[in-house]
Design a protein around this ligand. Sequence first.
Ligand SMILES: [Ca+2]
Length: 475
Amino acid sequence: MRPTILLMVGLCLISLGSRSRAAEPISKPNIVLIFVDDMGYGDIGPFGNTKVKTPQFDQFAAEGMKFTSFYATPVCSMSRACLLTGCYNARVSIPGVLFPGSQIGLHSDEVTLAEIVKPKGYATICIGKWHLGHREPFLPTKQGFDSYFGIPYSNDMTIDPQHARFAKDCVFREGMTEEKARAEAIKHTVPLMRGTEVVEYPADQSTLTQRYTAEATKFMREHKADPFFIYLPHTMVHVPLAASDRFRGKSGSGLLGDAIEELDWSVGEIMRTLKELQLDEKTLVIFTSDNGAASGSAAPWRGKKGTQFEGGVREPCMMRWPGRIPAGTTCNQIAGNIDLLPTFAKLVGVEPAKDRILDGRDITPLMFDPKAGPVRDTHLYFSANQTLAAIRQGDWKLMLAAPANNGKAKKNKAAKSETAATGQVLYNLATDPTEAKDVAAEHPEIVAKLQAEAARREAEIKEHHRPAGQLSSTN
Ligand SMILES: [Ca+2]
């Protein structure tokens, strides 16, 4: 070979070697999505908490990317609808919270995160709180998950006495029997399910974090050779709070601190197992929460769970994928749980269905480059009753309705204290991140612009919304 050709080959090799790994084609990473319940922005170390010890969350942040402007919704079911469908809850007609008497669920025609990855050969499991319909046609195994283990709704609810299906070997605890279960629904007494059957009643909530974690790591071992998607929506830290003996009374910050430290342990177990199975560089791990703080801290934001202030809807969020997501970085751009479905589609190489509108955007540009510009500049804050309560565009946020406007929030003392502010209030989140000063009077042109944009967007969603799932007469 002539020296000039050798030189050219050499240069090509150098240029290939120096290309960033993020630019390489992405091929079907494993995905672990950890979705905690009711954890506030300020509840863990990476987001400013100094009271509880969260070394595993701290490590997660050091090895991955923190998102500081990542949105969910004020309460539970609507948030899960956003997360799983890539759409605002108003688009898919899911209200704030479903209950054991609810007759609806996420429509079976909706394409979920699990159904996006499934055609690419992913093994899928949902472990934890589902809350998108507990009746059989709406359960996770009908929405793309190969298997399900968890509590079908919030842990402060009851069993559905009429419709619960008990497994033959169901473990009845605390003197419970099937007859008693059918006779009376007791508050904070919820069923633990596997697939479509109740396997333990009442569920021992103190060991749920331990059992969910064991289920997740077992699934990783069993599917280490396949691509897998683990959706891990923890039951904690929704009240009633619980922790196992190993963590109970250990944090020095009450049961909430104990439960958070147990979640921290759980994250550590997942990371440890990924390392042990040598899956670290093949796995994207995402951590976030479903709504703002209930009993914990929403610091530095104003408001808590149930409100449309940032503290009600802006969540701690971290993503980690060694070699792909730059370690120890922060993304301040607008993103949210509605963005995960289009992002998953991009990562696994699937085109989302063209017959429906998605509200989320592919945020892989943000994940791979901390300096990336915005993927979307607007976020809509829908309420539990599916009307538009606020809009953010860039740094401006216009409140269109009272910030707390759902039944649950009215009972929530923290949320109640935040209902004083009324609609048409303008905040600048860059200069006033704690939403202390209404500047609507100083910026009538911005108010008008955001009102028009909100009206246009809400009208579009109303026109193109899709129904919730209804039970057929045979259910
Ligand atoms: Ca919640």
